[in-house]
Design a binder for this molecule. Structure first.
Ligand SMILES: NC(=O)c1ccc[n+]([C@@H]2O[C@H](COP(=O)([O-])OP(=O)(O)OC[C@H]3O[C@@H](n4cnc5c(N)ncnc54)[C@H](OP(=O)(O)O)[C@@H]3O)[C@@H](O)[C@H]2O)c1
Length: 336
């Protein structure tokens, strides 16, 4: 009997081209359809990736009786609308990050998932790797002493993208905070197992003359947690490609120079630095990060874990992003 989770994909996004082969390679999943605003684009995507059905709308995917789960790699501003429709249609939802564009939307999505008893998971891949789990364990089990500071950066040069890329559109939920800062904020909350009380952010804007109608092209943020614990981050579309994190305690620090995606997929690594300049490299091999995400999602569905802990992390990440954006626009420290 074939009890694979049958996926439909909404849209022909660039990221969907990377994720689809991992859905197809999983023993727990198969991809049965793709829908696009444009039927020809859906057919081209389906031909390229050997997907049996191509639809000229997202609605046909959402209402197909042959589909158990949808993958939503749409621009962030559309995640909520289509996740609500998918939940109402009884489809499980693997939704790209950021989960939504506001905590209010994220909450609506999570409430709908619970109401309709479907699994919802955001597409932050690195959380589901063995390397990330090991870093989290070391941060929690006293190996670094008392955990005090998380510092992270995720940047890449936006000039490699077309001017109409979704990341540069305010209406579509663009901006560096939600695109790459999402990972830094989420990592900080995850490592501290907590939500900051107050935040401050400073941004460079797409149009400094009209910041209320601009996306942030670069952001520096500070997050204050209880007990004098602090996280800081940099997100942006200007500096070179960087994706590093330092998780510092009173006795040691974990340093990872590629936390969201290993530079060398064969050798996912991080270092434990002690107080005397001695560092030990740790290597935690794991499958490609897309595959780790797909397997985590399929496990949640098969175990019928509707109220799993990742949802609270997504919601809290979104709450903190809301407060950071508010701070970047107001120039003031904001409560979370
Ligand atoms: N988890 C990760 O590692 C990762 C990596 C990259 C991106 N992402 C996330 O994935 C999502 C998509 O990013 P992407 O860079 O792959 O986007 P993209 O290539 O621009 O694709 C977005 C897709 O959304 C559909 N769409 C619907 N309305 C649209 C509109 N008004 N404008 C543009 N596209 C529209 C389009 O499909 P049709 O025209 O075919 O309908 C388009 O192909 C974002 O949330 C992003 O943050 C996640």
């Amino acid at each position: 009997m074939n009890n694979k989770l049958r996926f439909g994909i909404l849209g022909t996004a660039r990221i969907a081209k990377s994720v689809t082969p991992h859905l197809q390679a999983s023993a727990a999943a198969e991809v049965v359809a793709v829908g696009s605003r444009d039927k020809g684009r859906a057919q081209k995507f389906a031909d390229e990736l050997q997907i049996p059905q191509a639809f000229g709308s997202y609605a046909e995917v959402l209402h197909s009786p042959d589909i158990d789960a949808v993958y939503i790699p749409l621009p962030a501003s559309l995640h909520c609308e289509y996740a609500l429709q998918a939940a109402a249609a009884g489809k499980h939802i693997l939704c790209e990050k950021p989960l939504a564009v506001s905590a209010e939307q994220a909450k609506q999505m999570i409430d709908a998932a619970k109401r309709h008893q479907i699994v919802l998971l955001d597409g932050t891949m690195w959380y589901h790797t063995s390397r990330a789990r090991e870093m989290k364990t070391l941060a929690e089990n006293g190996s670094v002493g008392e955990l005090l500071q998380v510092t992270s950066a995720f940047t890449f040069p936006g000039n490699v993208l077309a001017a109409d890329n979704v990341r540069f559109s305010k209406d579509l939920g663009g901006g560096s905070l939600l695109d790459v800062g999402w990972y830094c904020v989420g990592a900080s909350l995850w490592m501290f197992n907590d939500v900051p009380q107050r935040v401050f952010a400073a941004a460079q804007w797409q149009n400094p003359e009209n910041i209320s109608d601009s996306v942030d092209m670069h952001m520096n943020g500070l997050m204050w947690f209880s007990g004098d614990r602090v996280a800081s981050f940099e997100s942006g579309f200007t500096a070179i490609r960087r994706r590093w994190i330092e998780i510092a305690g009173s006795q040691a620090a974990l340093v990872c120079d590629d936390f969201t995606r290993p530079w060398n997929p064969e050798k996912p690594r991080f270092w434990i630095h002690d107080a005397n300049g001695v560092s030990h490299q740790q290597v935690y091999e794991h499958p490609p990060i897309e595959r780790c995400l797909v397997e985590a999602f399929c496990d949640l569905v098969h175990e019928r874990q509707i109220e799993h802990p990742w949802l609270m992390l997504s919601l809290n990440t979104q709450r903190v992003c809301d407060a950071l954006m508010k701070s970047a626009r107001s120039g003031s420290v904001e409560n979370v």
